[in-house]
Design a protein around this ligand. Structure first.
Ligand SMILES: [Zn+2]
Length: 212
């Protein structure tokens, strides 16, 4: 009887995982992260039997689940495409906020993503731009890869004729430590399709993305 209930439990857990997190091939072990962070905090000098040592590791593990949700392919945004009503020009979404963690120091970097694209046969639902941004930001990242992944995703999934992504970000690993370059802004861009080929079209997109 015991074995039966245990098997049923495991089964229910797996089903839940599929619905909540997509495919069950990725799972972050929160208990393990909690235990490891307890060791880190002790090593930093946090004393035994304090509220911090008792609860902070659990909070970190919980927040990592959210901050690194992009590690799970099951969280990839579902793409809603609509028939293009005959729009062959540029659509731009400016200043989508994002928060990510640099993979070199595991410190935050954050800022704004601006995206311009020229649709093909289908157009992308507007709310998908922030969702795509959030998904690719939610893992240990570097700004270069984040820029590229957003551009490639839109380029491939939406079969856009052109995509231009600009990211402006502040990196805490540059501000809190090391060079202490406070308020420095790191800018990156990824250019695909017609924006690469036509200077005129690219300039039009840049105008939309950078001017107020
Ligand atoms: Zn860094």
């Amino acid at each position: 009887m015991h074995t039966y209930f245990r098997a049923q439990n495991i089964f229910t857990k797996q089903i839940k995982q599929i619905f909540i997190h997509g495919f069950p091939n990725y799972s972050m072990d929160e208990d393990k992260i909690e235990a490891l962070f307890r060791e880190v905090l002790k090593e930093i000098g946090i004393e035994e039997n304090t509220e911090v040592l008792k609860n902070t590791p659990k909070r970190i593990a919980k927040s990592y689940k959210e901050i690194f949700a992009g590690m799970d392919d099951g969280n990839e945004p579902k793409i809603t495409l609509f028939k293009n009503p005959g729009y062959n020009d540029i659509l731009a979404v400016k200043d989508i906020p994002f928060y990510s963690m640099c993979e070199h120091h595991l410190l935050p970097f954050f800022g704004k993503v601006s995206i311009a694209y020229i649709p093909g046969d289908e157009i992308l639902g507007l709310s998908k731009f922030p969702r795509i941004t959030k998904f690719f930001a939610a893992k240990p990242q570097v700004q270069e890869r984040l820029t590229k992944e957003i551009a490639d995703f839109i380029s491939e999934k939406v079969k856009a004729k052109g995509v231009l992504v600009i990211i402006k970000a502040r990196h805490m690993c540059m501000e809190m430590r090391g060079i202490k370059s406070i308020n420095a802004e790191t800018r990156s861009s990824a250019i695909r399709g017609v924006f690469k080929e036509s200077k005129e079209t690219r300039e039009e997109a840049l105008k939309l993305l950078l001017e107020d």
